[in-house]
Design a protein around this ligand. Sequence first.
Ligand code: TYD
Length: 214
Amino acid sequence: MHPLPHELPGLFIALEGGDGAGKSTQASLLCRALEEDGRTVVRTREPGGTPIGEKVRSLVLDHGHGEIDARTEALLFAASRAAHVHQVIVPALTRGDVVVCDRYIDSSVAYQGAGRDLGAQAVLELNLWGTDGLRPDLTVLLDVDPAEGRTRRTSGKLDEDRLESEPDAFHTKIRSAFLDLARQNPERYLVLSASGTIDEIHTAIRDELARIPA
Ligand code: TYD
């Protein structure tokens, strides 16, 4: 059984994983399935999800804003997340909706904490403060091999954003950080290999959700 990490009536699901893991495909399938079950679903993503968040997304991801130091980057992601939680996620959970969020705090712990060497604990604390401690009911980690992730994401588009274009060594650190988080929080994590078929991964997520009390 999953102890619920918040008191709100809705269900909060986060999708996490390295770049090219297939989170967006799974988010679409999951949202459609939940809607067919009669749930009201809010699909959203980070960075983004609000007008402020989309501006921050462009600041941190587009090339051409000049150098961004690691702490500024972490604060920008955290600011985008705070706006997102307060303007979108908490109101949706309060209504009793299901929130399916493409990336959440664990992305910052992995990318800024491990990838940028700021430290997992410091980044976690910053984000817990920004979100007033809101944690997902379930985090699905799509575990992807960095080289495989790069092949997948570059096959569909020519340009990689600022984070994606970091070398494979950076993405390897991120992969281990996500796996560490999952090991430390087994009660709220479902870890799936991104090399499974789209259907296999979707079915595994649905099976896990069926185990969470409504
Ligand atoms: P994402 O939206 O998943 O990429 P895509 O444009 O392919 O859909 O994420 C954008 C990038 O931002 C991704 O490389 C991960 C990075 N990121 C962080 O570094 N920290 C964070 O807190 C978040 C949410 C994302």
